[in-house]
Design a protein around this ligand. Sequence first.
Ligand code: ADP
Length: 185
Amino acid sequence: MSDRLLFLGPPGAGKGTQAQLLAAERNLLHLSTGELLRAEVQAGTELGAEAQAVMTRGELVSDALVLAIVRARLLNHDGGWLLDGFPRNLAQAKALSQLLEELQQPIEHVVLLHLDDGILLQRLLSRGRDDDNEEVIRNRLEVYREQTAPLIALYRQLGLIREVEAEGAVEVVAGRVSQLVGQPL
Ligand code: ADP
């Protein structure tokens, strides 16, 4: 059984949905940096205003800002967690590994969701969030390829990657994820 998980995959692969389901099933803290940032925007905080402009362009919010968000939540939490949408680049991954070393809470699995680019685009276009128009989506996919995808090699080297095919109904994919992280490494 695994209590400290990281979800990785392109925008539109269903990370948020699957992370939420698994977190509920395993009673883990679901930490989605995207959701936390959207909550700041909604609440009209200074931090939210800073993040909003960047998010609507499909670019990444500053590393310092997201790291502060994650750090505060993990420091105040006892028990398992699931990170969704963080880390998103190498600098964030390094900062995370330092934080986890400090907390003595190593990552147990990195769940990598796979989905075909055509399906990703379709899903994102039908979702209709503020940052889900075609141009911004293309930008987010590019940012993923350039900045986030290199993390796959990093976590693969550490032997943490567990791959899941993300095509199919939500419950079907959820079953795959659940089975995968229920197994010992
Ligand atoms: P998706 O998985 O569809 O890209 P998210 O909810 O994870 O959606 O993220 C939405 C936006 O929030 C991103 O495009 C980015 O601007 C910002 N964001 C989320 N997480 C991070 C992060 N770790 N670092 C920088 N920006 C982030």
